[in-house]
Structures are given as C-alpha cells and as structure tokens.
Design a protein around this ligand. Structure first.
Ligand SMILES: N[C@@H](CCC[C@H](N)C(=O)O)C(=O)O
Length: 288
C-alpha cells in the first residue's frame, strides 16, 4: 500500500505556482519521493510543490512544514507555498496571523483581505551559505556563464540563499532569452553542489523587476516567491533598485520589502484554493 493512500489533499496556487497541501499532522508520514513524482504527472495531479504539514515542535506555531518539489527532492523554502498554507490554516482556524516552522526557520504570515504577507527571514550571501563549490570573493556577481564561450548569452549572476539557493542573471529583456534551454544546465552546474533555482531578471525601474524562473527540481514555473525575494535583495545589493520592489512574474505580481530594521524579507501576494480530494492508490502509482 502506498504511504499516502487515502490521505486528503488540498490543491491551491500562489500566482499560478501549483501547490498541493498535505496535512499530515494527524499521521506524520514522510512523503516518498516516488509517490511525489507519480502524483506530479500531468494527467494525475500536476504540482510544483507539496507543502506537507507535520505536528509543530514549538509552542505557538501551527505546523512544521516540509517542501517537496515535483521531482521528489526537498527544499528549504517556498514563498508561494507559504502563502498557500497560511490561507489553508486561516480557513481552518479563522486566524489571520499564522506561524509555521520550516527547516530554514520560522515563517510568520499575516492575512489582510486578499493580501498575504509572509516573513521569509534574512537572506544569506556567503559563498558557503549558497552553497557554492568553492570560495568566491563577491557573490553579487560570480564567474559563471551560459551560451557560446566567445559570446555568452548569460553571465555573472548574483547568488543568494533565502532558505534555498538562487542564481539571478541580469538581462535587458527576459523574453529575449530561452530560459527553458539554459535552465537545466545551470541548475545542475558543478558550481552549485545543491543545485540552484535559476532566474532571469530585468530591471524595469528602481521599484520594479520582471522575473522568469527555472525552479530547481521542477522546471519553468509561473511564479516563484523565494526567487522574487532573492532577486529583490540581490538587486538592492547591487544598487539597481531600492529595498521595496514589485516583482512581476508570468503569474502576476509580488511585492518584496527588504526591511531596513532587521533585514527580513517580507513577501506580499495572493493565494487561492482550487479543489480538494483524497489520494488514491492509482494516483500514487501515476495513473489518472
Ligand atoms: N515555488 C517556490 C520555490 C520552491 C522550491 C525550489 N524549487 C527549490 O528547490 O529550492 C517558491 O515560491 O519559492
């Protein structure tokens, strides 16, 4: 019998980032990677991330969340999924202030109408924090490029860890580069021992960035909240923007505020319920 058979699920999305919430607080089972991969098939229950909720370990928090990509790998952060679990838990409890634990730290979420703000913590910039394979002097622009050696299409990304690793390539026009082509090679580049989420970022103005993301363990997605945070802080570090920006992704806008008082990243955007159901043996075997 599949581990997750008969478990209820809730399908949600955050700006089109496809999220499945699995509330495992009453039966804390690990999510087997092969069951996640089977479920993610396009004809079964396609998702970008599973947000699996486990019993909390700290008083005052609702749950310990584990984040599973569609390839079965685990991540430390998922911004869009965080807003989804905040909305899910608000629906259960009627509360508008929710706290979750994650491997990357505490996630403090507040709901005000359609706007959900998640405190995504403090970014890390050290090469070993990203992690990179070896020391680099300045993580605002590292020596990495893609495309022909004599005329690279992408070069010198900023790298940031916001609970998960991100590389951000600054380009004139995000629509002029085929991210689906370069994403797989860059995600798996040996400079990133834990792989990385790969973004193309276009500075529109001091308070506006356009962004496309190739997510580690998933591929192209309509939105990535942690990439929006990573890009906002990387842009501010380079003096390309201020500390509060709107990030426009294919799925819509997020507002990122890199708070001056404590360097926490506050991400604001929507989340939506779609439908719910129960996982069957067939689904967990990859059958529609
Ligand atoms: N969709 C997410 C990011 C999910 C994790 C990522 N693919 C990784 O492996 O680090 C978001 O909204 O942040």
């Amino acid at each position: 019998m599949a581990a997750l058979e008969n478990r209820p699920f809730v399908k949600m999305n955050g700006l089109g980032n496809e999220i499945v919430v699995l509330d495992l607080r009453d039966a804390p089972l690990a999510v087997p990677p092969e069951e996640a991969r089977a479920l993610a098939r396009p004809d079964v229950l396609p998702f970008d991330q599973i947000m699996a909720l486990y019993p909390p370990t700290t008083e005052g928090t609702s749950a310990f969340v584990r984040i599973i990509n569609s390839d079965g790998s685990e991540s430390g952060a998922c911004g869009n999924g965080t807003r989804c679990i905040a909305l899910y838990e608000a629906g259960r409890t009627g509360r508008d202030h929710l706290l979750f634990e994650s491997v990357a730290g505490l996630l403090d979420c507040r709901i005000a109408g359609a706007a959900i703000t998640a405190d995504m913590g403090v970014p890390r910039f050290g090469w070993a924090d990203i992690p990179l394979a070896g020391p680099v002097a300045d993580t605002r622009a590292i020596e990495l490029q893609a495309g022909p050696a004599e005329a690279p299409v992408l070069r010198a990304p900023s790298v940031v860890n916001v609970g998960n690793p991100h590389a951000i390539f600054w380009v004139e026009d995000i629509d002029a580069v085929d991210l689906a082509h370069y994403g797989p090679e860059l995600e798996h580049h040996p400079i990133f021992p834990a792989r990385a989420n790969i973004s193309l970022a276009q500075i529109v103005g001091a308070d506006h960035i356009r962004l496309k993301v190739w997510e580690r363990g998933v591929g192209l997605t309509r939105a990535c909240g942690s990439a929006a945070c990573a890009t906002a802080v990387a842009a501010a570090r380079l003096g390309l923007t201020g500390r509060r920006v709107t990030v426009t992704l294919p799925g819509g806008d997020l507002v990122i505020d890199w708070r001056v008082s404590d360097d926490h990243m506050l991400m604001t955007g929507p989340a939506e319920f779609e439908f719910d159901g129960q996982l069957s043996a067939a689904m967990l075997a990859g059958a529609a």
